[in-house]
Design a protein around this ligand. Structure first.
Ligand SMILES: CC(C)(COP(=O)(O)OP(=O)(O)OC[C@H]1O[C@@H](n2cnc3c(N)ncnc32)[C@H](O)[C@@H]1OP(=O)(O)O)[C@@H](O)C(=O)NCCC(=O)NCCS
Length: 187
């Protein structure tokens, strides 16, 4: 099995990346259908620039740099994925609808990041990414998955709770302007 995220596929096929104009055009057609038809695949090197741009638009000052994505994709036990509408052969491709990353260490795993495109929210993108990470964890013998989420992030907490995560603890001042909620799911 080739686990190298820098290998394979054609970068030109994904050059549109997370282009907002292309995404808006496709979303006008039928946003839910676009999300349903999109496929989950491993994040590759050619995804890093568009994903880092999307990450910056979503997380602002807490966003990861391109260099950080490169180092994370190369680190042991990492599993990074994207939800790709272009890979589904959609003619009006909006590109990348979301991304997520997991770190597996023996029977434990941590969700490192997860986000859906701002124009593709509430269409099941987040849940598909989360379910894919949990499937990967189960397949690798993981027994417990942990994550930190901002205490004021009700949307993400609701998504995690619906997938079996429960609050374990709070970390005051974990983020520069918010506490963290530590959540865990037992698989
Ligand atoms: C959190 C996030 C990933 C959810 O993505 P999404 O694609 O909108 O999620 P889905 O459409 O798959 O929704 C899954 C569930 O999450 C919950 N949820 C999502 N958005 C919500 C909102 N605004 N309010 C309340 N619950 C919400 C719901 O339980 C939803 O299920 P439902 O639609 O059946 O009610 C998305 O809002 C996001 O990218 N936020 C910014 C980045 C972020 O906060 N990441 C998490 C860091 S810990």
């Amino acid at each position: 099995m080739n686990d190298d995220p820098t290998a394979g596929a054609d970068p030109a096929a994904h050059a549109a990346g997370a282009d907002p104009a292309a995404h808006a055009a496709a979303a006008e057609a039928d946003p839910a259908a676009v999300a349903d038809a999109a496929v989950i695949r491993r994040m590759r090197w050619f995804d890093i620039a568009p994903i880092a741009a999307l990450d910056a638009a979503i997380f602002g000052a807490d966003a990861w740099s391109e260099a950080y994505f490169w180092s994370e994709l190369a680190a042991p036990g990492r599993h990074f994925i994207v939800l790709d509408a272009a890979a589904a052969g959609n003619a009006a491709s909006p590109g990348l609808l979301g991304f997520a990353g997991l770190s597996v260490s023996g029977p434990q795993a941590d969700i490192l990041t997860i986000a859906s495109h701002p124009d593709a929210r509430r269409q099941g993108v987040g849940r598909r990414l989360l379910d894919a990470l949990l499937d990967h964890a189960r397949a690798h013998g993981v027994e417990a998955v942990h994550l930190d989420v901002r205490a004021d992030n009700a949307a993400a907490q609701a998504m995690y709770a619906a997938d079996g995560f429960v609050e374990l603890d709070r970390r005051p001042g974990y983020y520069r302007d918010a506490d963290a909620v530590l959540m865990r799911a037992l698989l």
